[in-house]
Every structure is written in C-alpha cells, then in structure tokens.
Design a protein around this ligand. Structure first.
Ligand code: DGY
Length: 308
C-alpha cells in the first residue's frame, strides 16, 4: 500500500496514530533519511517539525502532496509560496500554544532579572556561605516599560503577564505607530520601533520570522535600548542579531538576555556559552504535555480535513 501520511516521529498524545488509523498508511521515517526521501513520491500528507525545514525540492519530489502540516504555529521553515502555487494546504497550530509560550517568556524574564540560574548553581555547588546583603542582586520590574514586538495572541498574553507584575506594556507591530493595543485588562501604546526601544527596560519578541522581521533587532536597533535593558526571545532566531547582542552583553551595556530560540538552532553561537547574564533554553516555548497534545490534535484535524 502506498504511503499516505509521512511523518518523522510520533507526536504527543494519540492524534497522529489516530489519523494513521483513519487514513492508512502512516509512515514514520527520520527526516531526510533514504526512506523519508523515497516515500515523498507517494506521500499525500507530509508532517514536519519546527526543526525540519521543507524545501521547494521536497515539494517537487512529492507530486501527490495535498497537505503540508507543521507541529508548530511558526511556518518560517516551510515553502509557503510554492505550496500556494501548487494548491497544497498548509496546516499549523495557532492558538493552542499561546499561554504556554507566554509562560515561558515570563519564566525567562524572571530567571534573567532575578538571577535564578546563578542562584541555583550556587546552592548546588555546595559553596553557598549563607545570606548576604549584596548577594546575587537582580533588578525589579514593577513600574518599568516592557516593549513587546508583535501584538498577536502570544504578545498579548505576555503583556497580561507583565501587567500583572506591575510593568507597563507597550507594543511595536506591523500596523505602524500610533493608537493602542487592547491586551485584555488594559490598553498599551503602540509605538514606532525606535521610540519603543529607547523607553523599554525589557524587550520581548513575539512576532513571526518573516522577510520583514529578519534582522529587525540589528546592532543599530539594539544600541537604542537603555543601559541595562533585558532582551527575551521566545519567537524565532534571526529576528535578533545575536552577535551584536553578545557584544553588548560583554561590554556591560545590556543587563541580561533570555533565549529560547537561536538563529540556525540547534547549533548556537559558541560565544553564548561563555556570555554573562544569560539564560539559555532549548526551544521549550510550547513544551507542556497539555499544549503539545492540543497542537497534535489541531494539526491532525486540519490534515484529516485536507485528506477528505
Ligand atoms: C512554534 O510552534 O512555532 C514553536 O516555536 C514550537 O512549538
């Protein structure tokens, strides 16, 4: 029997297996293995992970492809224009990972500003000598401006969290400057990027990686941040110039950085491993049992619809 659904690994929960039972035959084969490459010729539905960039050549090798699904909300690793030209349905997982990703951004923000990783390492090292007035001093957040790049669902959810901390959220988004963004319990100013950067004690990225946002926070942009500013990125590598960020951290200009995503991940700039005042996570934004199961269900519902 020909391969109908091609995926590289099981997903959390039973949704993918259920889809395979409903529409035989599901093949699991490692990404870009000989088996995966060969199966493309017959595949009707291709399931990719966020770490698996699909190319135009893959589509060319899959003449029967009806749908391309990704186990992510982000679609920057997919050949969207080629899918549109071929009439291939693209299925992603918007909505269900909003709260989990905003939670992780908050975790990074608190970890960076309150030096959680350093404190934990100190206790585990056995070298902690006890409480001291100036030990591992961090910085407070209440009353400070949190600049949020992107006013989609995750940006809004993160704004609610910063508001609960007593911060003042403000936004930059593709709608330009002026007006307000309603984030639920309040309204935040929508600002021009330069104004936002100049006022923000914290900048958190919540916009997709697109042609417009690649390199958005380049060296010139980063230099507009106030002394001691903190950057949090749970969106995508490539929006933030990591090399410039490391330089500014090393010079003492930036107060700290929390990253969950990296340009070219899982390879990361080796300088990150030595950089002070950073918390580095391995792309865990959506990594809760509930969220990953909901993502799988949503994805598989969309793929089932495409298969008819
Ligand atoms: C996404 O969904 O785009 C996340 O980055 C991975 O869960």
């Amino acid at each position: 029997m020909s391969v109908r659904i091609l995926a590289t690994s099981p997903l959390v929960g039973s949704a993918l297996a259920d889809l395979g039972a409903r529409f035989p035959r599901l093949l699991l084969a490692p990404f870009r293995s000989a088996e995966w490459n060969a199966a493309l010729a017959e595949t009707e539905v291709l399931v990719a992970l966020v770490s698996e960039p699909i190319t135009q050549a893959d589509l060319d090798a899959a003449p029967n492809l009806k749908a391309l699904g990704t186990y992510s909300v982000g679609v920057n690793h997919l050949p969207l224009k080629a899918c549109e030209a071929r009439g291939i349905t693209v299925v992603n997982t918007p909505g269900v990972l909003t709260e989990a990703t905003a939670d992780l951004a908050l975790a990074l923000l608190l970890a960076v500003t309150r030096r959680v990783a350093e404190g934990e390492a100190l206790v585990r090292s056995g070298a902690w000598q006890g409480w001291a007035p100036d030990q591992l001093l961090g910085s407070g957040l209440a009353g400070k401006t949190c600049g949020i790049l992107g006013s989609g669902p995750i940006g809004l959810a993160f704004a609610r969290r910063t508001w609960a901390l007593g911060m003042v959220p403000a936004f930059w988004d593709r709608n330009g400057q002026g007006g307000h963004v309603d984030f639920g319990p309040g309204r935040a100013r929508r600002m021009d990027l330069s104004d936002l950067l100049a006022r923000s004690a914290v900048i958190s990225l919540h916009c997709p990686l697109t042609e417009q946002t690649r390199g958005l926070l380049d060296r010139a942009a980063l230099e507009q941040l106030p002394e001691g500013a903190v950057i949090i990125n749970t969106a995508r590598g490539g929006i933030l110039d990591e090399s410039a960020t490391i330089d500014l951290l090393e010079s003492g200009r930036l107060g700290g950085v929390g990253l969950d995503v990296y340009d070219g991940e899982p390879r990361i700039d080796p300088r990150w491993l030595q950089t002070p005042r950073t918390v580095l996570l391995p792309h865990l934004g959506s990594a809760t049992v509930e969220t990953r199961a909901a993502m799988a269900s949503l994805l598989c519902e969309g793929l089932a619809a495409a298969l008819g």
